[in-house]
Design a protein around this ligand. Structure first.
Ligand code: SAH
Length: 688
């Protein structure tokens, strides 16, 4: 079995069968058609991802699931005559051809049509014919059809298509009054004049551009767009601007009902700076581990709210450990600072690597200044600060990038994109191609892994000399043992490196907790994507990614509280590419159909949703359905937001509580100054 065969079998199981597609013809066809042959060669390694992919001409090959869902709805039978509108890559046509007797496929973009025609021929599909033209006119020459499917969304079902449907025939297409959002419509022709019509599932397809569809962008429908039955190929120039990849939207409950349920359950929160704010979180004080999330790595309100809650848990409820999504060596310096211990020589300036603003910001500095004075006033209740992340993650990445920059800049560009995968959902379809493996990239692996091994060794030597070391000998040995495996996975990115990273975070968490005895209680700060139970999200269900929150639930059960944070709009501190400068970017208003959009719809500026079992069961029931949820990491790409930053998740299963700030603003970053020697004790280690 080749890697692709395996990936295909896996894709059909996870993305098609487990999502409820029951049509055996479709399932079997999906098992046979080599999707890797339908995507551009530099994107082959992503062919079986649960996503549409760009195919040139500003168009995309549909996500496998959406193809399966439409063909199952069209109830294809052996021997059927099928009309496929919007050939694109030809993938959907190939699946249809595996089942039906004959498939006619129409594409308005001549070069896409030509590419699909060659591909289908090469793969031996003799029962498919590709035509160039406007599919809104159908293809009278071969009508009537037992099934018609369209992979582009129009404002209505074109009249010609209804007419060309055989009696008993099924038509499935996206229809919507907006160019970027539709519902799938199914029409069955009962007899000459009688049609049944049904709508199911919200989707986003590229627009169906034609005489009985949307006008050509920037003008009326072109006069030279003639029905496909004319034999002359029609030279078409532009394709629709700003296409939205043909990704399915989840089936959302009616927004109004969801908004009402959220409003009913929401506990409005006072201002973060007010004394009452943190008291709302006393209900979690009895937990052993309280995990506080964030929907971005650069939003001030998330930091300030988490700082207020953390202070309360430490001051009033006996929590004595704070662990954050940061490198342990950097956090260890903060730990010494907050406990007024002497600094080790040479390495006392933490968080100097990308993304510096995550910790070098005024909100975080406020927390550590408070923690230092708290510890000074209560030495008997000293609270310690830990970094959970993979040992020297950012230092390692930095080392890889510097090395690749010097030996192979093309490979360095790929690596930058791949490191994006370590913080999720920032892939940009326009640069996705660059992330594919090149020969040079593969050749560098040996050197990179060796370099990282050396780096780890010198760091551990350093830790050994350091009197107050955090890791014991056993954990050091474990790190060394997995290092090579880990660095290889990290070099290539993807779910494996994600899982290694979150498993490592969890091991470190357990290890530190154990080191403080059975009574110790811990507050964790990490991104929602690490904290919200991954098994309730697309990343867990489709990509087999696990995360810290999920592992904590498995280990601590009800003694772990998973608390997510979210926002509708405002500003955020983020970069455009890995290693790029921090920018203050505008957070787009949340997408219609997302969970954030419903929260925004309540009209409340700030609130807490308690999602624990027994609380607000009606709302929990509604929030069990997967909805789009936004994830902004250290990189934010508003231009491709739907594709780069949204994923489906069941909020009620992900979190025990959710904290909402309708409008938010970017953190204020502190400079990374070259000379931090003259720092005042209060502001150290950031030296402002
Ligand atoms: N089924 C395709 C998905 C293609 S995306 C696949 O599996 O790869 C939709 C395609 O519809 C685009 O290629 C676009 O050019 C085409 N399209 C849009 N309007 C059209 C029209 N009126 N007639 C024919 N094709 C059209």
């Amino acid at each position: 079995m080749s890697d692709f065969d395996e990936a295909r079998a896996w894709m059909v199981e996870r993305q098609i069968v487990q999502r409820g597609v029951r049509d055996d013809y479709v399932i079997e066809a999906m098992r046979r058609v080599p999707r890797e042959a339908f995507v551009p060669s530099d994107l082959r390694e992503f062919a079986y991802d649960d996503t549409p992919l760009p195919i040139g001409g500003e168009q995309s090959i549909s996500q496998p699931y959406i193809v399966a869902k439409m063909l199952a709805a069209a109830e294809l039978q052996p021997g059927d005559r099928v009309l496929d509108i919007g050939t694109g890559s030809g993938y959907a046509a190939a699946i249809a051809a595996e089942i039906a007797g004959r498939v006619d496929s129409i594409e308005r973009d001549a070069s896409l049509a030509e590419g699909a025609r060659e591909r289908l021929q090469r793969l031996g599909y003799e029962n498919v014919e590709v035509h160039v033209g406007d599919g809104t006119a159908g293809l009278a020459a071969h009508a009537p059809y037992n099934a018609i499917i369209a992979a582009a969304g129009g404002p209505r079902v074109p009249r010609a298509l209804r007419m060309q449907l055989a009696v008993g025939g099924r038509l499935v297409m996206p229809v919507g009054s907006s160019q970027s959002r539709q519902r799938l419509v199914k029409i069955v022709r009962r007899d000459e004049h009688d049609y049944d019509e049904d709508a199911f599932g919200d989707v986003r397809f590229v627009p169906l551009v034609g005489d009985d569809g949307w006008p050509e962008p920037g003008g009326a429908a072109r006069a030279d767009l003639r029905p496909a039955s004319t034999s002359t190929p029609i030279p078409l120039t532009s394709t629709p601007a700003a296409p939205t990849p043909a990704a399915p939207m989840p089936a959302a409950p009616r927004p109004a009902a969801l908004e009402l349920a959220i409003r009913d359950a929401a506990e409005p929160l006072p201002d973060i700076d007010s004394a009452e704010f943190a008291a709302f979180f006393d209900r979690f004080a009895g937990h052993r581990v309280v995990l506080l999330g964030e929907a971005s790595h650069g939003t001030s309100e998330f930091y300030r709210a988490r700082a207020a809650i953390t202070r309360r848990l430490v001051e009033q409820h006996g929590f004595s450990m704070i662990a954050v999504e940061a490198d342990w060596p950097d956090a260890a310096i903060v730990d010494r600072h907050v406990r007024a211990r002497p600094m080790p020589g040479g390495r006392s300036r933490p968080f100097r690597r990308f993304p510096t603003w995550m910790w070098r910001n005024t909100d975080f500095m406020g927390l550590i200044a408070w923690l230092r004075s708290h510890n000074a006033a209560h030495p008997e209740r000293e609270t310690r600060f830990y970094g959970l992340d993979i040992y020297s993650l950012s230092e390692s990445i930095d080392a890889v990038l510097r090395y690749l920059d010097s030996v192979d800049p093309a490979a360095a560009r790929i690596a930058r994109e791949r490191y994006g995968c370590l913080s999720p959902w920032q892939k940009d379809p326009a640069v996705y191609g660059r992330a594919a493996l090149s020969g040079g990239y593969a050749q560098c692996e040996e050197h990179v892994v060796a370099q990282l091994g050396d780096l780890l060794k010198s760091r551990l030597d350093y830790a050994r000399e350091d009197g107050e070391r955090f890791l014991d000998a056993a954990q050091n040995a474990r790190l060394v043992a997995v290092a090579e495996h880990y660095y290889r996975a990290m070099y290539y990115g993807g779910p494996q490196s994600w899982n290694l990273r979150d498993t490592h975070m969890f091991d470190t968490l357990r290890h530190t907790l154990d080191s403080r005895g059975p009574q110790a209680r811990l507050v964790v700060w990490a991104h929602n994507s690490h904290i919200g139970d991954a098994s309730a999200t697309q990343m867990g269900r489709m990509q087999d990614e696990i995360n810290l929150g999920q592992l904590c639930r498995a280990q601590f059960g009800d003694a772990a509280a998973l608390i997510g944070f979210g926002t509708h709009s405002g500003t955020v501190a983020a970069a455009s590419d890995w290693g790029g400068p921090m920018e203050v970017k505008t957070v787009q208003p949340s997408l219609e159909g997302s969970v954030e959009f419903s929260m925004h719809g309540t009209g409340l500026p700030r609130f807490l949703l308690d999602l624990r079992p027994g609380m607000h069961d009606t709302l929990r029931e509604r929030l069990r359905a997967p909805l789009l949820e936004r994830f902004i990491g250290v990189i934010y790409r508003p231009g491709t937001e739907r594709y780069s930053h949204y994923a489906q998740a069941s909020l009620a299963e992900q979190f025990d509580a959710f904290v909402w700030f309708d409008r938010t603003s970017a953190v204020s970053a502190l400079p990374v100054s070259a000379d931090e020697k003259n720092h005042a004790a209060e502001t150290f280690p950031f030296g402002v």
